[in-house]
Design a protein around this ligand. Structure first.
Ligand code: PLP
Length: 479
């Protein structure tokens, strides 16, 4: 790294990015390019000789940006937003600048210790039980994604179960969740070798706003025990991907605990809201959980990737994931004096991701972060009211956080036609380039999702988004 070149190019890159944010509203939110567009624009092989930064930035402007969907646009309302912020960006920059690979404590003690400290800070903000803190046998770790988080705890739970019931019982292990659980769990089961027929995705419906009913869970566990199977893992949700459904943690946890089932809570999106005292109720019952996950990169102003996982029993994780090759041996690890995060995750190498979370917490402070969440929820209420006042639209499930699930109402109870209309509306709205929303299906209904949570979104963007949706719908319905 040539420090003078870094200084010059770094300043120019920061200027480039700052200008991007200044003009972000000029781009179509959803990229409008066709598949394969970039192959037509870039050469077939890498250059033999150096090119200039100007040449590269020109290509970013003319060739890359048209193929970017602008997740940081204030009119991005699709999926769940992925936050970036000045603090998060600076933390990323510092992490890239230091360029460490902190797999063991010794490879950069500050990386391990800062991660433990900031996860303890956040555990306190969420009022998680003390067993999740690093001073106990628990602790937090930063994973790349909620998918990795659920995979590592599933592996920990699987190995714990196999240690207790015998190694050759893998095909008897059973996993439970609601049918609203993110497909990340299914992927984790595939990787962990759980028999596909032993993944119980228990049915939910509108009567519980798509939350898992504890009695269904209890019945399934009892049936499986009678059949000689081994229930071992439950994944509950606080804020499902489709509609922010919240499973009743306390009741589910009671059943899980009394059957020695590992209880994981996926609060990837909604966990952030639970730092506000008025939303903390949604994780009541987390004391019964073995592991808890939230994505700071979704709604906590921390640039992707930063998925926070807490466990009560770190030994279960390390027993499933640790290795100890000669080439990594060192005094601190051998003496068992330190945490080596390589044993809490799938890869060996890991970035210094805690820096960005630390910078977010320090440069903004907890009160600002709480108000940031509250503001998005207020904006979601504005959108919800606009939708519910319109005769051609309905709210499909009650809004809890900052996601509004809505659709064009069916005329003459014709659900099929209604689904087609909603699909057409989605297509029309997104191809306008003015905003980006996504969809899901609930009880066979195609539902449109407006997820408010991009850092730059203000009330005017929400109102403009509604105007585009309403005008496109009116055009569609009167065609
Ligand atoms: N769980 C929930 C509730 C989610 O909403 C998502 C993604 O939106 C995931 C898990 C998967 O997230 P990741 O991309 O971090 O694996």
């Amino acid at each position: 790294m040539d420090s003078e070149q870094l200084r010059e190019y770094g300043h120019r890159m920061v200027d480039f990015i700052a200008d991007y944010y200044k003009t972000i509203e000029d781009f179509p939110v959803l990229s409008q390019v066709q598949p394969g567009y970039l192959h037509k624009l870039l050469p077939d092989s890498a250059p033999d000789h150096p090119e200039t930064l100007d040449q590269v930035l020109d290509d970013v402007r003319s060739k890359i940006l048209p193929g970017v969907t602008h997740w940081q646009s204030p009119s991005f309302f699709a999926y769940y937003p992925s936050n970036s912020s000045v603090a998060g960006f600076l933390g990323e920059m510092l992490s890239a600048g230091l360029g460490i690979v902190g797999f063991s404590w010794v490879t950069s003690p500050a990386a391990t210790e800062l991660e433990m400290i900031v996860l303890d800070w956040l555990a306190k903000l969420l009022n998680l039980p003390k067993e999740f803190m690093s001073k106990e046998n628990g602790g937090g770790v930063i994973q790349g994604s909620a998918s990795e988080a659920v995979l590592v705890v599933l592996l920990a739970a699987r190995d714990k179960a196999l240690r207790s019931v015998g190694k050759n019982t893998l095909e008897k292990l059973v996993v439970y969740s609601s049918d609203q659980t993110h497909s990340a769990l299914q992927k984790a089961c595939q990787i962990a070798g759980i028999h596909p027929e032993n993944c119980r995705m228990l049915e939910t419906d509108a009567s519980t706003n798509y939350a898992l009913r504890p009695e269904l869970f209890q019945e399934a566990v009892s049936r499986d025990l009678e059949a000689g199977l081994i229930p071992f893992f439950l994944c509950a949700n606080v804020g499902t991907t489709s509609s922010t459904a919240v499973d009743p943690l306390a009741a589910l946890g009671k059943i899980a605990n009394s059957n020695e089932i590992w209880f994981h809570v996926d609060a990837a999106y909604a966990g952030s809201a639970c730092i506000c005292p008025e939303y903390r109720q949604y994780i009541d019952g987390v004391e019964t959980a073995d592991s808890f996950n939230m994505n700071a990169h979704k709604w906590f102003l921390t640039n992707f990737d930063c998925s926070l996982l807490w466990v009560k029993d770190q030994d279960s994780l390390t027993e499933a994931l640790s290795t100890n090759p000669e080439f990594l041996k060192n005094k601190a690890s051998q003496a068992n004096l330190v945490v080596d995060y390589k044993d809490w995750q799938i890869p060996l190498g890991r970035r210094f991701r805690s820096l960005k979370l630390w910078m977010v917490l320090r440069l903004y402070g907890a009160e600002t972060l709480k108000n940031y969440i509250r503001n998005h929820i207020k904006l979601a209420i504005v959108f919800e009211q606009l939708v519910s006042q319109h005769p051609n639209f309905e709210i499909v499930t009650p809004r809890i956080f900052s996601l509004v699930c809505f659709r064009i109402v069916p005329a003459n109870n014709d659900e099929k036609k209604c689904n087609n209309q909603n699909r057409k509306l989605l297509e029309a709205v997104n191809s306008s380039g003015k905003l980006f929303i996504s969809h899901t299906a609930l009880s066979g209904k195609i539902v449109l999702r407006c997820a408010i949570g991009a850092p730059l979104t203000e009330e005017k963007h929400v109102k403009e988004a509604w105007k585009v949706i309403k005008d496109e719908a009116s055009f569609l319905l009167h065609k």
